[in-house]
Every structure is written in C-alpha cells, then in structure tokens.
Design a protein around this ligand. Structure first.
Ligand code: NAP
Length: 255
C-alpha cells in the first residue's frame, strides 16, 4: 500500500481509455484517496460510470485549465474537501485537428496559443494551485511524449507544447524542491486513447513503435500507470525535474 492515507488530484480522465484513468486505478489500488478533475458535463457522465471500479469513492472536481476562475474554484474545493494533497497528475493536452494534420510551418497563431495554453501552461496552473496544499511535499507528474525532442510526423504543434511542458517541469522542480515537492515528466509510448485519435496516421505510428522499440512491442497503459504511481510515491523521493521514458526502449534505438 504505497499510497495509504495519501491524497492525489488526477486531471485528465475523459473515459475508460484515458491514461489518467489507468493512473487513478493504480493509485487507488495502493490505498490513495482520489480527486478526479474533469472538463465538462459529458466527461463527468463518463467518470460517473467508472468510479464504481475504485475502492474509495473519489471527489469529482470540475476544472477547465484555460480559465483562471475554473482553476481557482477547483483548488478551493480541493482545499475544503481534502485539506492537503500529496500528489498531482497532469494528463491534459489539446491541439486543433488542423494544426496536427497540416505542416507545422503553417500553424496559426491561435492554434499555437491554444495548444501551448492547454498542454503546457496548464501545468503552471495545477502546480500553483497545489503548492499551498502540498504541505508535506509530494510528487507532481506530467504526461509527455517524444515529439518534444524529435520532429515526429503529424505531432507538430503538440511537440512544441511538450517541449515547453518539459522545460516547465525543470523550472517548477527547481522552485518547488525546497518545499519537498518533486516535479517529473513521464514520456509514454503511443497508446490508443481519445487524444491519440486526433493524430493523423496514429495506427502507423503505433505499428512502427512495436517494430523499432527495444522490447519489440507496444507500451501498455498499465506500465505507464505503475511508473506514474512510482513518481507520486516516496519510492521516487530522490528524483525531480526528470523525464522518465516508458516506451519499451524506443528512444534509445538507432534508425
Ligand atoms: P485523453 O484520454 O483524451 O486525455 C486528455 C485529457 O485532456 C482529456 O481528459 C481532456 O478532456 C483533457 N483536456 C483537454 N482540454 C482541457 C481543458 N481545457 N481543461 C481540462 N482538461 C482538458 O488522452 P490521453 O492520451 O490519456 O492523454 C493524457 C496525456 O497523455 C496528454 O498529456 C497526452 O499528450 C499524453 N500522452 C499521450 C500519449 C498517447 O499515445 N495517448 C503518449 C504520450 C503522452 P476532454 O476529453 O474533455 O477534452
């Protein structure tokens, strides 16, 4: 029971395929009490269908990371209901389809701002909101992807957003470290989720990953969830500002 008597806020559960949902189940399995962030009523209905699978009933928190007042209300509720947080999971990203299908060169100003706002600046919002609640330190984990450091076809502006997210992880880790708050990234191999459906030719990317990865197979969502659990728990107490790859060794292979 790695997370017995701990409290975690997990943002980004859209449905049963979400990485955030797999992480929530792993944390719950280890005794953690959960607050789950959702965007709108449609997502809340999805989460309502899932929560019966958890051992402990979670607190459901409405939070649109693009609106300061929504983030403020979410953390006010977390403060009132939980009083403290030990872990935060950021599994949030969005880019407009046309900014993923076309050339990166042609990304619109509006599309660029939206992708960076939802997918990178949002980590600032969550970290700032959580800081006063993480009175005993703890772990913040953000989901990222290899497109941050390599030009991957059809990942485009999302790769730039992930690069900003990863740089943000390092700055936040440096600033929050004295309070015992660790901030890390988890770079996952391609997984079939709702967000992944927005990436053109995702199936080809998925197939190629299994062919080239050192382990010669695709990443499993439970592997990602268990690493997120590790990064939230005291087992990773000496690690901060890092990006950990859970990609079956895809990144380390040559062409
Ligand atoms: P997902 O299930 O679609 O989750 C993405 C989440 O972001 C959704 O819950 C979505 O809510 C939420 N979101 C979007 N805009 C938001 C906003 N304004 N405020 C609050 N939440 C918002 O897809 P996923 O693949 O699990 O993605 C989770 C994270 O993993 C993302 O950061 C993604 O980039 C990363 N990741 C994914 C893969 C992969 O292959 N799937 C690989 C590496 C990293 P709505 O559905 O309501 O919009």
């Amino acid at each position: 029971m790695l997370m017995q008597d701990k409290l975690a806020y997990v943002a980004g559960v859209a449905n049963h395929r979400s990485i955030a949902w797999a992480i929530a189940k792993a944390l719950d399995r280890e005794g953690c009490r959960l607050a789950l962030g959702y965007l709108g009523e449609r997502e809340k209905q999805e989460i309502d269908k899932l929560v019966g699978e958890l051992k402990q009933a979670p607190l459901l928190v409405s939070c649109d990371v693009t609106r300061d007042e929504s983030v403020g209300e979410a953390f006010a509720l977390l403060g009132r209901e939980c009083g403290r947080l030990d872990a935060v999971v950021h599994a949030i990203a969005f880019a407009r389809r046309e900014d993923l299908d076309g050339r990166y060169t042609d990304t619109s100003r509006e599309g660029y701002h939206l992708a960076l706002d939802v997918s990178a600046f949002s980590l600032n919002c969550l970290a700032r909101g959580a800081e006063p609640l993480m009175t005993e330190g703890g772990g913040i984990v953000a989901l990222t992807y290899l497109g941050s450091e390599r030009a991957i076809a059809n990942y485009n502006v999302m790769g730039v957003a992930k690069a900003a997210l990863e740089a943000g992880i390092r700055y936040l880790a440096g600033e929050l470290g004295p309070k015992g708050i660790r901030v890390n990234g988890l770079s996952a191999g391609p997984l079939r989720t709702l967000a992944a459906r927005g990436i053109k030719d995702f199936s080809a990317m998925h197939r190629m990953h299994a062919e080239r990865a050192a382990l010669k197979r695709n990443t499993e969502i439970e592997e990602v969830a268990d690493t997120a659990l590790f990064l939230c728990s005291h087992l990773s107490r000496g690690i901060t500002g890092e990006v950990i790859y859970v990609d079956g060794g895809f990144r380390i292979m040559g062409g």
